[in-house]
Design a protein around this ligand. Structure first.
Ligand SMILES: Nc1ncnc2c1ncn2[C@@H]1O[C@H](COP(=O)(O)OP(=O)(O)O)[C@@H](O)[C@H]1O
Ligand SMILES: [Mg+2]
Length: 510
């Protein structure tokens, strides 16, 4: 319920600053118009009613008195009033001891020439039918008191005033309120038209004005959007975008200046990060390069010592064997690190035609020899699958995936290497290594392509695990503008490599 109400409200309240400003402006103007309209209508009514009261005061009870004292009228027509000089609609009543004895109203033809001349026409005033409520209202008027608005049932609204007559009676004179209502109504109508025109004009002019005023903000938004579209995550980064409005005297200018300052900082920070990364990469490449020779020397000397023909104690032989094995492992790690450092530095790979079908056959044959306990399967398309790339590095990718399927699964596991050519919309070849092993835990699977991430470091010595195998798979695939994905569950683990047939023509990361 609440959510729906909020939804309805959310839809009716404009979202953009532009729309909100205009809506706010119009709402304020509407309020102002309503206030002005009410105030002027009220003031006009007051003014006109005051004038009526003045008129009533001036007239006194003359007409009402004439109802009883006919003056120049013909005898026997005592009930008729003297309508001379009385405005049409003038009401007169005479009360004696709180009882109405006569009540008449001057007819609309009061300006008849006959009347003006002083002869009373038979139709110049009319009897008014009074209900009990009307009589009570008339009786309630205080003689000599202020005029009051009274609604008489036979007539419309009237302004009535009572005066004390000469012979103990009360004379009530009244003037109709309808001219006042007409004037107020007319004023309201005129105001409605004027306000409507003002609202429309303000709406149009306000929309234009707001649009013009917010134009600098659009430029800030444009600059921010251009920056957000820049590839800032890696590589050499320049942020050439700046906001043109940086006049500190305006709000938008302050935003623009702040944004420009921030962009400057971002540029500095990115440049610093870039240089740190550069140095780190150079360091890793130099370090692994420098380690290559000593490691090779250690291994060579261990081998040499092991071939010593004379008697060597068993402990020494064992140690030498360990030295040789570890030196070999160290050599492999150094080679892997060097390769990663070179790929990081963006060293170009060879771009030769590689027959992946041939490569898959070779690698599977090697894997079968290394792991005869596993069941190895190959799924190859009829046509040879060719890509442009670096044969040695691609061999390393397939070799690492097959080695993992061998080393990290128990004997008897079935491992399938499947290769499929580019087909349909996807202009990439697909190579997958799938095994029926125990699978990889989700926590490990998330970070599996990172460097030195491995399942069981304790078993590192027996499996020769370094945690660099899949990092190399990813780096080499990325260098070929390809991707590698993992899908794993107990009983089925599958690594899928996709690379474009001609990596040179594909955008990076495609
Ligand atoms: N096919 C697989 N089945 C189960 N676990 C695997 C498989 N492939 C890789 N892993 C896990 O991923 C980890 C990282 O693999 P990798 O980067 O090649 O390093 P390494 O093989 O040197 O340990 C391995 O230690 C292993 O725990
Ligand atoms: Mg491995």
């Amino acid at each position: 319920m609440i959510r729906r109400a909020r939804g309805v409200l959310g839809r009716s309240v404009p979202r953009t600053l532009r729309a909100r400003l205009i809506a706010g402006l119009l709402a304020l103007l509407l309020l102002t118009c309503a206030g002005v309209g009410l105030a002027t209508a009220q003031a006009l009514r007051h003014f006109l009613v005051d004038r009526l009261d003045q008129q009533l005061a001036d007239t006194g009870g003359r007409y009402a008195a004439s109802l009883e004292h006919p003056g120049s009228r013909a005898a026997g027509d005592a009930a008729r009033g003297d309508t001379r000089a009385q405005a049409p609609g003038t009401f007169g009543a005479r009360l004696l001891n709180g009882t109405v004895t006569a009540a008449r109203v001057v007819d609309g033809d009061a300006d008849d020439p006959e009347v003006a001349e002083g002869t009373v026409a038979a139709d110049t005033d009319d009897r008014v039918v009074l209900t009990a409520a009307d009589r009570r209202a008339l009786a309630a008027l205080p003689p000599g008191g202020p005029a009051r608005s009274v609604e008489l049932s036979d007539l419309a609204g009237y302004r009535l005033r009572a005066t004390a007559g000469r012979d103990g009676d009360v004379l009530v004179t009244g003037l109709p309120l309808s001219p006042v209502e007409d004037a107020v109504h007319r004023l309201v109508m005129i105001e409605l038209v004027v306000f409507a025109v003002a609202l429309v004009a303000t709406g149009v002019a306000g929309a234009l004005w707001v649009r013009v005023s917010l134009r600098p903000l659009d430029r800030v938004v444009g600059a921010a959007e251009r920056v957000s579209g820049l590839p800032l995550a890696s590589g050499e980064v320049a942020v050439p975008v700046r906001v043109p409005d940086d006049d500190l005297a305006t709000e938008v200018g302050r935003v623009g200046a702040a944004l420009n300052r921030m962009l400057g900082h971002v540029e500095d920070a990115l440049a610093r990060r870039q240089s740190v990364e550069e140095r780190l990469r150079t360091f890793a490449a130099d370090a692994s390069h420098e380690l290559r020779n000593p490691v090779a020397a250690v291994r060579g000397h261990a081998e040499l010592a092991l071939r010593y023909p004379g008697p060597v104690p068993d402990e020494v032989r064992h140690s030498l064997g360990r030295i040789e094995a570890e030196a070999q492992r160290m050599g492999a790690i150094v080679e892997d690190l060097l390769l990663l450092a070179r790929l990081d530095a963006g060293r170009p790979l060879a771009a030769e035609e590689v027959d992946l079908t041939r490569l898959a056959l070779d690698c599977t044959a090697d894997a079968r020899a290394a792991g005869p306990g596993h069941r190895w399967q190959l799924e190859l398309p009829e046509e040879p699958v060719l890509v442009t790339g670096d044969a040695d590095r691609l061999r390393q990718v397939v070799g690492n995936l097959l080695a993992n399927a061998r080393v990290h699964t128990p004997e008897g596991t079935r491992v399938t290497l499947a290769l499929s050519a580019a087909a349909g919309d996807d202009s990439r070849i697909r190579l997958s290594v799938t095994d029926t092993g125990p699978g990889i835990e989700p926590a490990l699977a998330e970070r599996i392509f990172e460097r030195f991430v491995r399942g069981d470091p304790a078993r590192a010595r027996t499996t020769g695990s370094t945690g660099l195998g899949l990092a190399i798979v990813r780096a080499v695939t990325a260098a070929h503008h390809g991707t590698v994905d993992l899908s794993t569950r107990p009983g089925r683990t599958s690594f899928t490599v996709r690379i474009p047939v001609h990596p040179g023509s594909a955008p990076p990361g495609a």
